[in-house]
Design a protein. Structure first.
Lengths: 114, 114
């Protein structure tokens, strides 16, 4: 079936720097994307979402960019803090799917260096 | 923080035992989901429900079963646990006709079958 994947399993950045986490998706019919953050021992936590009719969406310290031409999604975290250390997953939803079509990528482990 | 709860958080059990993983949410959400996640890996949908008396199998085949007798409760049962069932099980819920398809996750149950 269709899948959503991330380019890097691990990303290490210096505290205070900006982080960019990438995701490639394969289902061009997907119409909704979500970034989740999962800390050790916890369930995934919603960070930000974007619909397919948008290219960019900003939240507090986070920005999601969607490039439908190359089916690429990215999460930018500004001024990375120690609390940002976690595994980040992108998730894709195709509203025509059986269970809302929520498909997760493999995850990128963000490590913050002091 | 999402009002969705899972018990137990950790469970170590012997092969052949019957187990039930509990999930409850107090948000009045109609849609509920069960995902299976191996350490550091992506989430895979194993069951979902659109409401009371509705249950469906997800993308990943699972020997577990679910029931939805009450809106707030979505337990998962393994009739005879095996070592291959060792994994983390995450429960989630979302609104049926909300503007957002965001799924709220519980903290997960880490199951080990010896």
């Amino acid at each position: 079936g269709e899948s959503v994947g991330l380019h890097l399993p691990t990303l290490s950045v210096q505290e205070g720097d900006n982080s960019i986490i990438n995701c490639a998706y394969s289902n061009s019919a997907s119409d909704y994307f979500i970034w989740y953050k999962q800390e050790s021992g916890k369930g995934p936590q919603f960070i930000i979402d974007i619909r397919s009719n948008m290219d960019k969406r900003q939240g507090q310290r986070v920005t999601v960019l969607l490039n439908k031409t190359v089916k690429h999604l990215s999460l930018q975290i500004a001024a990375t803090q120690p609390g940002d250390s976690a595994v980040y997953f992108c998730a894709e939803i195709y509203s025509g799917g059986g269970a809302d079509g929520l498909t997760f990528g493999k995850g990128t482990h963000l490590i913050i260096q002091p | 923080e999402a009002d969705i709860y899972q018990t137990p958080r950790y469970l170590v059990i012997g092969t052949g035992k019957k187990i039930t993983l509990e999930c409850s949410q107090t948000m009045g959400h109609d849609k509920m989901y069960w995902y299976q996640q191996d350490p550091g890996m992506e989430l895979h949908l194993i069951h979902y429900s659109y409401g009371v008396n509705s249950t469906e199998k997800g993308d990943l085949s699972s020997e577990s079963t679910v029931s939805r007798i009450r809106t707030e409760h979505f337990p998962l049962t393994l009739e005879s646990a095996r070592p291959s069932h060792t994994s983390q099980y995450l429960c989630a819920s979302s609104e049926l006709n909300g503007e957002k398809d965001e799924q709220y996750f519980g903290p997960g149950t880490r199951l080990t079958v010896t």
